[in-house]
Design a protein around this ligand. Structure first.
Ligand code: HEC
Length: 131
């Protein structure tokens, strides 16, 4: 994870142009995630008190995972490859984000990760919120 090389969103523009016009990472976050994780991603959305699993603060992921934003891990948790009870395991609750253009994340170990552009946009947005 340490030497993760992620395409910047700018590098993905040809693949994501269509979807980027429809919705940005921030909009996708507000629509699909803020209800639980909170507007500022600090784990305090209006639904957080109603579910029995604690909703994590997503602005401290870098700190919690050794100082680097765990992009691939975050992408897998959003697109459902890593199943979380809070995300509706076994059915991912973000079906809308799993349509549209694909995106590739290049990793230093030479193992590219394919996901959806909308998922990567949200992960990228969260990376920008780290404190
Ligand atoms: C229904 C409430 C809910 C919604 C909506 C939701 N989450 Fe979560 N999320 C949780 C809960 C609860 C957890 C804690 C892990 C678990 O469920 O086991 C979690 C965990 C995570 C994690 C793992 C954090 C860690 O500690 O590694 C990430 C990343 C995440 N969510 C991102 C998102 C994103 C991005 C969205 C929107 C696309 C989203 N979540 C929408 C409830 C939600």
């Amino acid at each position: 994870m340490r030497h993760l090389l992620a395409f910047s969103l700018a590098a993905l523009i040809p693949a994501t142009a269509a979807i980027a016009q429809e919705s940005t990472g921030a909009e996708n976050y507000a629509e699909n995630c803020a209800g639980c994780h909170g507007e500022a991603a600090m784990g305090d959305g209006p639904l957080a008190s109603m579910i029995s699993v604690e909703v994590p603060d997503l602005t401290v992921l870098s700190r919690r995972y050794g100082g680097n934003f765990p992009l691939v891990d975050v992408v897998r948790k959003i697109d459902g490859r890593v199943q979380l009870r809070g995300h509706g395991d076994p059915m991912p609750v973000f079906g809308g984000m799993l349509r549209g253009a694909s995106a590739v994340i290049d990793t230093a170990d030479g193992d590219p990760i394919v996901t959806k552009a909308a998922v990567l946009a949200v992960a990228d947005y969260l990376e920008g919120l780290q404190r």
